[in-house]
Design a protein. Structure first.
Length: 404
């Protein structure tokens, strides 16, 4: 019954939105190259591990640039063009990286281009969801899209590894082909103009202009306290499992599997609760879950504690991943939504660039304990931030916009 009800709820979404969710899944399934960049650069391009690390760091600034570009392109040109540009840039960048020879600077340049495209995609997709879904549908739409992305990420690296074992050329071809298939779906079934251009009556009672936008921006920026632990765990857990606990690297895969299972099994259950609670409470609960999960790793450091903690902090991850874009869509004028979704993407890209570097230096100087303590303190700071920040209530629902 619940499954049938959820399928009907999905069927009730506008067709372009259903296509977008499927396109996001296809795009994630096609993420063959990014998880294997270090392996490719050292094995196929014959770079040292140090050179590969520097090159990936330089290229990864493209994620920041792409996040920042996404907003202006979405708001001035359109959501669909932003998505198509992001996918084309990604394809061109990866094609160049696959074809050039013996030029580390060209490798970095093409990787930068590819990651600019990658950085643009998620904010543009979140902006389009804000346009296509009614306020009542947004939590469900963002949850379904989040689950689709996680399912795709569970499949893509696996397929990429199989393709790379056969041929790196096949790995790149598969990534590019699925990215272009995603672009074709968007070009065919997503409307060319979804921007809500008129004043939105549901927000007339709220403070307008700069004050409202500042409040929303602070809520988005404070989410760094929850995003930083996520990126930190991606960096620290593989090291902790293999070098501190002296456990097989296969256990790293177990952690990612637990994360994916919790996202898929609990995502829609959590979405039902999101609709009935204020945003402030939801974000504080997310922080409590993150703090509890990381506390298990800090105060009971062991493999069972790490596996249990993954279940707990993943619940916090789900809440933040759905609540923040929904909050932006509900409280920002449609003509500026793209810029705030880009700010949300920038927070993630900034964390991806800074957190591994900072944690690497901290681990090198003082070992693993201070790194895991930082993972614990960051969400605790987030709880305090959301307790005092001006977090607005949901506005009166606006009429469903028409698209062309």
């Amino acid at each position: 019954m619940i499954g049938a009800a959820r399928l009907r709820q999905f069927a009730d979404l506008p067709r372009p939105l259903r296509v977008l969710v499927l396109a996001c899944f296809v795009n994630r399934v096609g993420m063959f190259v990014f998880p294997l960049l270090a392996v490719y650069l050292t094995d196929a391009k014959h770079l040292s591990t140090g050179q590969a690390g520097v090159l990936i760091s330089v290229g990864s600034t493209g994620l920041l640039v792409g996040s920042l570009l996404s907003g202006p392109v979405c708001d001035r040109v359109g959501r669909r063009p932003a998505l198509l540009v992001s996918l084309i840039l990604n394809a061109v960048g990866y094609a160049g990286l696959a074809l050039v020879r013996d030029s580390p600077w060209l490798y970095a340049t093409f990787l930068f281009v590819a990651l600019v495209g990658m950085g643009m995609f998620a904010p543009a997709a979140n902006t389009l969801i804000a346009d296509l879904a009614s306020p009542e549908q947004r939590p469900f739409a963002y949850t379904v899209n989040y689950i689709a992305n996680n399912l795709g990420m569970g499949i893509g690296p696996l397929l990429g590894g199989v393709a790379a074992a056969y041929s790196y050329a096949l790995m790149f071809a598969g990534n590019i082909a699925l990215g272009l298939a995603c672009a074709a779906m968007i070009a065919l079934w997503v409307p060319r103009d979804t921007i809500r251009r008129k004043a939105e009556p549901g927000r007339l009672h709220e403070p307008s202009g700069r004050r409202r936008d500042t409040d929303v921006a602070l809520v988005v920026l404070a989410s760094l306290c929850y995003v930083a632990p996520l990126i930190g765990i991606e960096y620290a857990l593989p090291l902790a499992v293999t070098t501190v606990l002296n456990t097989s690297a296969a256990m790293i895969g177990v952690v990612y599997t637990i994360n994916s299972v919790v996202v898929v099994s609990a995502g829609l259950l959590i979405e039902r609760r999101i609709k009935t609670h204020p945003t402030r409470i939801l974000l504080i609960v997310a922080g409590v879950l993150w703090t509890a999960g990381t506390a298990l790793m800090v105060f009971a450091f062991s493999l069972p504690a790490i596996l249990l903690s993954t279940v707990v902090w993943t619940l916090g991850e789900i809440i933040v991943s759905v609540v923040i874009p929904t909050y932006i869509a509900d409280h920002v004028d449609g003509r500026r939504v793209g810029r705030f979704m880009a700010l949300n993407g920038f927070v993630l890209s900034f964390a991806r660039l800074v957190v591994p570097m900072g944690f690497g230096l901290l681990w090198q100087e003082q070992g693993h304990a201070p790194v895991f303590l930082a993972l614990f303190l960051a969400p605790a700071l987030g709880i305090l931030a959301y307790a005092v920040l001006p977090v607005r209530r949901a506005p009166v629902p606006e009429p469903r916009p028409q698209y062309v």
